[in-house]
Every structure is written in C-alpha cells, then in structure tokens.
Design a protein around this ligand. Structure first.
Ligand code: NAD
Length: 359
C-alpha cells in the first residue's frame, strides 16, 4: 500500500481535503494504485491539541509516507500568537524537514471559466503554464542579512546567493516537467544586472544540453512580467529563483481569475512530495459547505502525476474537473458575472467530479 499523509489544517482545510481524499481514493482504485490515507494535525489544529504547529511525531509520520496532502493553515483564533509559534510555522517546518526545494504552480484556464479573468477571454483562453520556483535558496535565506546602524544611519541588507548545485537541481525539475508538457522552458533572470542571474544562465544552459528535445528561452524578469499579461499563451514551463518565482507565480495565478482553482506541488530529492491548494484557510466561509474543493482536487491530480508517475490518472481527474465546469456547476467563488446559476457546496462539487470519474 502507498501511504499518503493528509494534513487538513484549519478553516476550510478539513472541508476541501475531505473531498480531495474521496477523489484520490477513487482515482487510485481506478488506476490500480493501492492508496492508504493516514491523517495528522498541522497549524492551528495542532497548536490546540499539542501546543505546537507541527509535532516531531507528525514529521516522523510524514517520513513513512510517499506524499503529503495538505489543506490550509491559520485563522483569527491564532493571529495574536508570537510569529515563532504561529500556524504558518508548521507549514514552513514541514517544507524544510522534507527538503522541498521545488515549488510547482500551474496556471491553467478552464474554457468554461475564461471570462473569470480580468484580462479579455481571447487573451487567457488556452493558458496552460507551470511556474517552477526555487523555494529554499536565494535572497530570502542568504547571509549576511539584517539591520544595523552605520554612521548614524539605519541600514538593512539581504543577500542573493545560489550555488550551481541548487540551480542545477531546480532546472532539472523544470526540464523534466516540460517533457511531460509542451517541451518548452523559459528561464527568467535579471542577468543584465545580477551576477547571480549570470550563474543561473550558465548552469541552465549546461543542463539544457541533456534535454535536446526541449526548447529553452532566457527571458528578463521585467519583460516576462509584461508578457504574462500581453501574451501568456507563449509560456509552457517557467523556471526561476525564489524571489522572481514568488512574484511571477502569483501574477500567473491571477490570469485564471479564481483562487479556489489553483493547486500546487512542492518536491525535493527525498522522494516525498507535498501537495496543497494555493488558497488559505478562508475563515470567512469555513464550516458552511461553501468552499470550492477543486484546488485541492487538482492538487490530487498533481500528486498522481508527480509522486505516482501516473499522468494518465492525473489527466482523468483534470478532465473530470473540466467536464464538471463545462456542465455549469459552480461553487460561489467561481460564478461568473452575469451568470444566473444556482451555486452548489463543497461536497456536491466533489460528488460531480466523482460521478465524472465513474466512481
Ligand atoms: P484565503 O485564501 O484564505 O482567502 C481569500 C479569499 O478567497 C476569501 O474571501 C476566501 O473566502 C476566498 N477563498 C479562498 N479559498 C477559497 C475556496 N477554496 N473556495 C471559495 N473561496 C475561497 O486568504 P486570506 O483570507 O488572506 O487568509 C486567511 C487565513 O489563511 C490567514 O490565517 C492566512 O494566514 C492563511 N493562509 C494560509 C495559507 C496556506 O495555508 N497555504 C495561504 C494563504 C493564507
């Protein structure tokens, strides 16, 4: 049996992961993958039970599993806590413990939702891109960092630093992903100004030699930000460092117009992947069966593809979601302006996906 650790977390986390697990089990059965889900606590739920947003026991449990399926963490109940013990710390710790250095954020526009974007439908229809962001290095972690008083003035510094091994491993993730997609990689950089970006160019070019079948383009980060808005369909896989990736993955996500639809994966060399929706715990709608479970369900598709190497099973889940949307089923967050539709809840949305899967 393949074990998957489910960490529902807080707010709508438990609601969306419960539905995602139903889809995972059904898709696993159909694909002949024996999946056993075990559950643990993270975030506020773990603070309430153990006084710690992620316990050593839960980390140990994760290490016995092939993948982690996470909901979301946080909420007003824990907002006043000191930063070091807040729910988000659980999330940061599990990523660190599992050595997850590659963050994969797809942004795909489902035909039925093309008009949800703030851009014109003809610009966004057909977008299907993947941002591969380096997650554990770069300016967010580089030393020296911090503040000082120098000659009586307040000064602050951060350091952008990458070595070639960090660049090589994330670049390989991007090229491998491109091989499963449209075989095109855009490396995003600022090599006209940054020495770090020049090293990225060098290493990306070296790695590209192993992938003759994948086209590579180097793109300046500023022009990439513009092209994402003017011609987003030109992109397939975008690979970049932590800082640029942080910003561009959010920009790309918003092309699709709906937070409740966005999945993500974080991968490392340890063989355990972590899959989670991009959205947070949405305390404003928690406990009311209003949450859109599709981001969590699409995270299951990523799990099937990356952890179990079953793009066929992943494709079936994505096709089921596409079909459910084409049939006009909507949770409240994805009703389009001017659409006169009855909305459905979290459970009913998952029921429709399961029906399309024949489960
Ligand atoms: P949020 O993503 O939780 O919600 C933003 C808005 O989108 C809300 O109006 C919410 O109702 C809506 N929304 C989000 N997901 C939805 C879904 N699946 N279906 C329908 N509507 C959905 O962001 P926020 O309000 O800024 O943060 C709320 C809490 O979540 C905070 O405690 C924050 O720290 C935490 N958070 C956690 C994560 C994570 O766990 N990865 C990410 C972001 C925010």
């Amino acid at each position: 049996m393949e074990r998957v650790l489910v960490l529902p977390g807080d707010g709508i986390g438990p609601e969306v992961t419960a539905q995602a697990v139903r889809v995972l089990e059904a898709a696993g059965r159909a694909a002949g993958i024996g999946i056993e889900c075990v559950e643990g606590l993270i975030g506020g739920a773990s603070i309430d039970a153990h006084g710690d947003p992620l316990t050593d026991e839960t980390v140990a449990l994760a290490r016995t599993c092939r993948a982690v399926l996470l909901g979301a963490v946080g909420g007003p109940k824990w907002d006043a806590m000191p930063v070091a013990t807040r729910p988000e710390k659980g999330l940061l710790r599990i990523r660190k413990e599992l050595g997850l250095y590659a963050n994969l954020r797809p942004a795909a526009v489902f035909p039925a939702l093309a008009s949800a974007s703030t851009l014109r439908p003809e610009v966004v229809a057909g977008i299907d891109l993947l941002v591969v962001r380096e997650l554990t290095g770069g300016i967010y972690f580089g030393e020296p960092r911090g503040r000082a008083i120098v000659d009586g003035r307040r000064e602050a510094r951060n350091t952008m630093v990458y070595d070639d091994s960090e660049i090589e491993r994330i670049t390989r993730v991007a090229f491998e992903s491109a091989r499963r997609r449209s075989r095109h990689v855009t490396h995003v950089h600022k090599a006209n100004v940054l020495d770090v970006s020049q090293l990225w160019m060098e290493v990306v070019d070296e790695v590209a030699k192993d992938y003759d079948d994948v086209e590579l383009v180097h793109q300046l980060v500023d022009s990439c930000a513009m092209l994402l808005l003017s011609d987003p369909k030109r992109f397939d896989v975008i690979v970049t460092g932590n800082l640029f990736g942080d910003i561009l993955s959010d920009e790309a996500a918003m092309l699709t117009g709906s937070l409740g639809m966005l999945p993500s994966a974080s991968l490392g060399d340890g063989g355990i992947g972590l899959y989670e929706p991009v959205h947070g715990s949405a305390p404003d709608i928690a406990g009311q069966d209003l949450a859109n479970p599709l981001a969590a369900i699409l995270s299951v598709a990523m799990l099937l593809e990356h952890t179990f190497d079953r793009p066929d099973a992943a494709g079936e889940v994505r096709d089921a979601v596409t079909a459910v949307l084409a049939d006009g089923h909507r949770t409240g967050d994805i009703v389009l302006e001017g659409e006169d539709r009855e909305t459905i809840g979290c459970v009913a949305m998952a029921d429709h996906v399961l029906a399309k899967l024949g489960a």
